[in-house]
Design a protein around this ligand. Sequence first.
Ligand code: ADP
Ligand code: MG
Length: 324
Amino acid sequence: MIQRTSNEFELIAKHFMRPAANAVLGVGDDCALVDVTNGMDLAVSTDSMVSGTHFFPDVDPENLGHKALAVNLSDMAAMGAQPYWVLLALTLPKVDDAWLAAFSKGFFDLAEEFEVSLIGGDTTRGPLALTVTIMGEVPAGAALRRSGAKAGNDIWVSGTIGDAALAVAHRHSRVQLDEADYREAVMRLYEPTPRVRLGQALRGMATAAIDISDGLLGDLGHICRLSGVGATVELGAIPVSSIGAKHVGTPDGLTAIVAGGDDYELCFTAPANSRESIAELTDMLGVKLTRIGQVKRGKGVSLLGAGGKPVKIDAGGFDHFRDA
Ligand code: ADP
Ligand code: MG
């Protein structure tokens, strides 16, 4: 806390104090208290979002509230964990009641859907930024790590890839989406669906998993690096939406789709003998799952086009410190 104003307490009470069903003690004291289940590992993750870097300054606050929580739920999904508790650190340029009401609506609507409780946070004044910390549980030893991929494993992704990044590319005038397509794609950017149930269903089946926040090829690259393997991805196998299908043939569209990020779909690896069980998950969970490539010995991720010819992309995953 930098600057304590009398309305800070009102602000918290009005917008962020809700019953915390999962906690022993929620918002209001010096710490929250939670009861951790025996035999479970506590899964903890935090993600920050800064205006101008992670979202356009004119973002609808309700979408932002959704997204701030969604990206954290997505980390739980990628680990195969069950999320329970969240903390919210907010930095606000000013107290704007209408903005806060919309933001907290977006946040709590999603929190209710996933039955997670906001148990604490911090509120400070400054340039708009927010940090969400999420905690959950996963049976001891069963978390889906990035480091377990083996040569010969299949590579899978959930949903379709690229719409969120196409919306960003459109805003930066790198790709031209028509109006209806932009409206649809930008909702994938602002209201991603965290694949929490899928992540849990993949425990014991996937050898490694990651959520696609920085771009399919870059994030798969993290799995490869940590697993000490390489990968090939078939461009023609990557699942795209009808919007993506219109742009995958252009260099900028292709770059957005394979390297753009912000989809929050899961990318995971699994042995070939799991193909049937994974296909069953599609029906069980209503999430499309597509096999896009193979884990190989060696290192690096290659993208293969028609006839198995390598395709060059001039961007890796998003790296905040690339120019530093
Ligand atoms: P402290 O000075 O002990 O850090 P604060 O005045 O910052 O206490 O916060 C008071 C209570 O309100 C604490 O329980 C804290 O977790 C909670 N809190 C503060 N900001 C938020 C927020 N944005 N969302 C949820 N809880 C918050
Ligand atoms: Mg504080």
